[in-house]
Design a protein around this ligand. Structure first.
Ligand SMILES: [Zn+2]
Length: 198
């Protein structure tokens, strides 16, 4: 890096470790921090420390939680269906849609042998334990339609075979309001693969 005072260089370096943040954006964020008031800067620093101190993983579903159990797992009125997702962000999106009333299971990743991520790195053992302990009727696999997401979905399906639960995969395909002529090939082929009866 060039000519910045060491504290500025340090902050740029910290920001550039964020996902999707390159050095230019990191420098811009640092310039922003230099402009804000001391109070605003302190509030930002404190909220970073607060999430690290207060937020942990739910001991059942591995969602982010403020207590041993997350809010969803504490709610006993939820259905006996588990929706398996890659990360807490996916959980949040499905939860916000309001279309799912069961509980979740966050794998914290997908199979990615090239990055050294194998089955042991995902919360699979814990999922199997839940399926055999609880009165779970169905497991919906909602990993992303990426190569890694599909590989993970296949593995989960294989592991759950013969465990007495129905295993389903979220439907993938044409978005609402979409137009077939602008759809990419992968989206269309998935839409046909996951067609349903009328
Ligand atoms: Zn939970």
């Amino acid at each position: 890096m060039t000519g910045y005072a060491p504290p500025i260089e340090r902050l740029i370096k910290e920001f550039s470790r964020f996902p999707g943040i390159g050095e230019k954006t990191a420098a811009r964020l640092t310039a922003y921090i230099l402009r804000i008031s001391d109070d605003d800067a302190r509030r930002l620093a404190e909220s970073i420390i607060e999430v690290k101190e207060k937020i942990r993983f739910c001991s059942v579903c591995f969602n982010l939680a403020e207590e041993n159990l997350c809010e969803i797992c504490r709610n006993t009125a939820r259905d006996d269906v588990i929706c398996v997702v890659e990360d807490p962000d996916s959980l949040m999106v499905i939860e916000k849609s309001g279309s799912f009333k069961g509980t979740y299971h966050v794998l914290h990743g997908t199979l990615s042998p090239l990055d050294g991520i194998g089955p042991d790195h995902l919360k699979l053992k814990e999922l199997l334990e839940r399926v055999s302990d609880d009165k779970i009727k169905e497991v919906i696999i909602a990993t992303n339609p990426s190569v890694q997401g599909e590989a993970t979905a296949l593995l989960v399906t294989k592991l759950l075979r013969g465990k007495g639960v129905e295993v389903t995969r979220i439907a993938l395909g044409v978005p609402v309001g979409g137009d077939l002529k602008y759809m990419d090939q992968m989206t269309l082929s998935k839409a046909i693969e996951f067609r349903r009866g009328m």
